[in-house]
Design a protein around this ligand. Sequence first.
Ligand code: FES
Ligand code: MG
Length: 591
Amino acid sequence: MTDFQKKKLRSQDWFNNLEDPEMTALYLERYLNYGLTIEELTSGRPIIAIAQTGSDLSPCNRHHVTLAQRTREAIRTAGGIALEIPVHPIQETGKRPTAMLDRNLAYLSLVETLFGYPIDGVVLTIGCDKTTPALLMAAATVNIPAIALSVGPMLNGWHEGERAGSGTAIWMARQKFAAGEIDAKGFLEIAAASAPSVGYCNTMGTASTMNSLAEVLGMQLPGAAAIPAPYRERGQMAYATGLRIVEMVHEDLRPSDIMTREALENAIVLGSAIGGSTNAPIHLNAIARHLGIHLTNDDWERLGFNIPLLVNMQPAGAYLGEDFYRAGGVPAVVSELLEVGRIPHPAAKGANGKTLAENYAGIKATNSDVIRPVDRALMRNAGFLNLKGNLFDSALMKTSVIDAAFRERYLSNPEDPEAFEGRAIVFDGPEDFHARIDNPALKLDANCILVMRGAGPKGYPGGAEVVNMRPPSYLIKQGVRALPCIGDGRQSGTSGSASILNASPEAADGGGLALLQTGDRIRVDLGKRSVNVLLSDEEMARRRERLDAAGGFPIPQSQSPWQDIFRQSVTQFSEGMVLKQATEHQDIARK
Ligand code: FES
Ligand code: MG
């Protein structure tokens, strides 16, 4: 027996506490009922949880139910005992009002499960958008050895001979439908074509982004993020992951050893190079808070804005998940960034115990159109801008999806940047938008800025993915396919809109958007990183007084007890939208 095997594991407090045989007997007896033996449970073998996010309700992650069999076999082979445990379901496309609301609920419940039961280490089955941050946040709080396993993206979608990407195909179909080019049946056909198999969204949406970030953070084995769900390599990766978690328990390698500030900063850089989702800053900032690390949107701009876009995937580019995997996936991108010295912390340590440089140096992309070398990048400065002003303290703009003409005009000359102004058209939540956008009385033209408020963490609990608003159909028919959008909600990671979003604080939490009126002029100066409504401080103060006298910005009734709890205890998007109580409890397994 080696030294590390002599170390007592936390599960033995439950299963093998000879000073308290009565409690041990009670803890142990029921776990025998499917064939485990007393000898096994008292042997000191690591008890490894497989935190199962797949189910019939969660189709993006359902394939994990199958993959878990391979992970179990590996855990047993390595000398551990596997217990598959349910995670509160989160399906991005199925949950009302938004799956984002359940990120913190799944987090809370997994913390209680990992903390309260005899578990020495955990395999986090990640995939669909919010499952990845929820599980990484829980691992951060409990801080027992943990490794993540992606379910992998779907196969490429195809429609009429063209790649049809998840979400992105829907945003395009939405415009065609509004312009009268397709009917409802045609709309559904495009949607179905974009989702051809098990797995998560095949675009570089929030799922591909967060799974890639989980890999570069070091929480997945190298190469684990991009393997499409149906490929044989996916099952093989499930096996390798199961073997490794048992070793990690023996080595006592914990999330706080892996997800360091350095690793988080590496993740910001990769997030830019892949053209990652605007949900990623919310999630990564949240993961950081649970580790006691203060990561902010200023860090995202400082470390990420001047990173080139290397991955040519929809919505910022042309390809989809299978292409990304075949071209080399995350390893080829990290390797390219390492080679040109753009990875800030090559010595950060991953789940396999090796450094980022050891894991990724010298891996060449096999298709240089899908994964570009830095000197042929799709775009030079591709990260997020962090904008501020009298409407909010922080809002993000994803510059990798700004079209070339707009970029040339408003962003390319940092010495003398041109600002733009527009007339605000204000909507109070998505229902208001849908009810009024096509109403000719709004008199929208190409110089308007669409504003969505009441869509933040408190206003629309969890925040609605609605800031990527389409122009009215009469403008689309005239050829205006997009208008600038500002809002305190989010947008889908699969959206190609260059919106200014995640505005914090939101209107429902005292933010300046609450004071805005349709017809106000807004000035956006990307060079100065500012967004301001052109009103005097006195006028803003008068409006604030009137709003306060009227009882403040209206917040709709909560529809469930959780919505109510969430609203009372949640922070703003810039802070990760975390539960205030959750960041105060670090490392709880050792308390
Ligand atoms: Fe589940 Fe996109 S909807 S990954
Ligand atoms: Mg989404």
